[in-house]
Design a protein around this ligand. Structure first.
Ligand code: SER
Length: 320
C-alpha cells in the first residue's frame, strides 16, 4: 500500500518550503499539505491541500486516514514573541497539536513524526556560548516552555510507546519565500525586505545582540536528513542541538551594506530584546554532526547574497 507524508502548518515559513522540497523529492501525489486556512496560495494551488486543525484530534486523524498518511511533519506553532502576548493560546496550540500527533503514532495510525524544537528551550541560566546538548534549561518564554516540555514528551513517547519521533532545535531561520511570523529572530528576515524596499530599517534588537541563525536551505536539509536517517542513528529522542552560524544585527547590517552601501538602521529594542537576552549566542551541535552527519553550507555572506538576489527580483530592484 502506498503511503504518504502530511505537513501540518504547511502555509508557514518553514512548512511551505518543506512542502515544496518534499513534493520535489517524493512526487506531488505523495505529499499532503495542510493548514488551518488557505493563507498561502502558492502552497494551496500547487498540490494536494487540506484544511486541518492541528488542535483537533479527529481533524488530524480524518486527514491521516483519508490519504493513508504514514509520516507527519508538525510545523504548526505559535512562536516566541506572539506567545508572550497570548500565553494560554500558545500553550494550547503548541501542546495539543503535539499530543494529537504523538497519540496517532502511539495508536499506530502513523509511523513517523517530525516535531521541531527551538533554541528557545534554553534560558538565562544556560551557558550562552557554544551551548551544549545537555545543560541547564530554564526557559522564560511560554514558547520555550512548550518546546522544553514537548521534548520531554517526545522522549517519553519514544521510550514508553516506541514512537519514532525525531526533532531538532531550530535556530532563527532566514528565508525569502514565506515571511516568518511572531518570532524574535524574525528581524533577520525583515531587515532584508526593508533594506531592498526602502533602504532603511528599525531593528527591535540591540546592535550587539548575537543569536544562532541558519539559512532555510540548511534547515530543510537538516529536517529531511534526520527523517531519512536509520532509526538506530537517532540516539537523542528529545531534540538535537542544531547550528550553522551566529551573528548580531550589526553584523548582518555590515553584510547587507556590501550590496546596499547607504542602508540605514535605527535600533529601538522592545520586549523582544529580553527574549533574545535569555537565549544562547551560539550552539554546540556535535551530536547531530556525529549521529546523522549534519553539516551546514551557508555562511552569513552567502545568505545575504541569496536574499538580496531573490528579493531584488521580487521587488524589481537591481542590487545584484
Ligand atoms: N525563531 C523562533 C523565534 O524567534 C525561535 O525558534 O521565536
Amino acid at each position: 500500500m502506498d503511503s504518504k507524508i502530511l505537513i501540518i502548518g504547511a502555509c508557514g515559513q518553514i512548512g511551505s518550503e518543506l512542502t515544496f522540497r518534499l513534493r520535489q523529492l517524493y512526487g506531488d501525489d505523495k505529499v499532503v499539505a495542510s493548514d488551518i486556512s488557505y493563507s498561502n496560495l502558492d502552497i494551496v494551488n500547487s498540490g494536494i491541500f487540506e484544511i486541518v486543525d492541528a488542535m483537533d484530534y479527529s481533524s488530524v486523524k480524518t486527514c491521516v486516514e483519508k490519504f493513508n498518511i504514514d509520516t507527519v511533519y508538525l510545523m504548526a506553532a505559535m512562536l516566541s514573541a506572539t506567545g508572550e502576548k497570548y500565553p494560554m493560546k500558545a500553550w494550547d496550540l503548541n501542546m495539543n497539536s503535539l499530543f494529537n500527533v504523538l497519540n496517532l503514532a502511539k495508536s499506530r495510525f502513523i509511523k513517523k513524526v517530525f516535531w521541531p524544537s527551538s533554541i528557545a528551550v534554553f534560558g538565562p541560566s544556560t551557558p550562552t556560548q557554544y551551548t551544549p546538548q545537555y545543560t541547564t534549561m530554564e526557559p522564560t518564554t511560554v514558547y520555550g516552555i512548550t518546546k522544553q516540555v514537548g521534548e520531554r514528551w517526545c522522549e517519553y513517547y519514544h521510550s514508553k510507546y516506541d514512537v519514532d519521533v525525531r526533532s531538532i532545535r531550530y535556530p532563527g531561520i532566514i528565508s525569502w519565500k514565506t515571511l516568518p511570523g511572531g518570532g524574535t529572530t524574525d528581524y533577520a528576515v525583515e531587515i532584508y525586505h526593508e533594506a531592498i524596499k526602502y533602504g532603511v530599517y528599525e531593528c527591535f534588537l540591540k546592535p550587539d545582540s548575537e543569536l544562532p541563525m541558519m539559512f532555510m536551505d540548511d534547515a530543510i536539509k537538516a529536517t529531511i536528513d534526520i527523517m531519512n536517517a536509520k532509526a538506530e542513528a537517532i540516539k537523542i529522542r528529545s531534540s538535537y542541538n542544531l547550528a550553522a552560524i551566529s551573528f548580531s544585527p550589526e553584523e548582518i547590517v555590515t553584510s547587507i551594506r556590501k550590496y546596499i552601501p547607504d542602508f540605514k538602521v535605527a535600533y529601538k529594542p522592545d520586549y523582544r530584546q529580553d527574549i533574545a537576552n535569555s537565549w544562547p549566542k551560539s550552539i554546540n551541535d556535535s551530536y547531530a554532526r556525529q549521529d546523522w552527519k549534519w553539516k551546514h553550507r551557508f555562511s552569513l555572506d552567502a545568505i545575504t547574497e541569496e536574499m538580496i538576489f531573490q528579493l531584488s527580483k521580487k521587488y524589481n530592484k537591481s542590487y545584484i
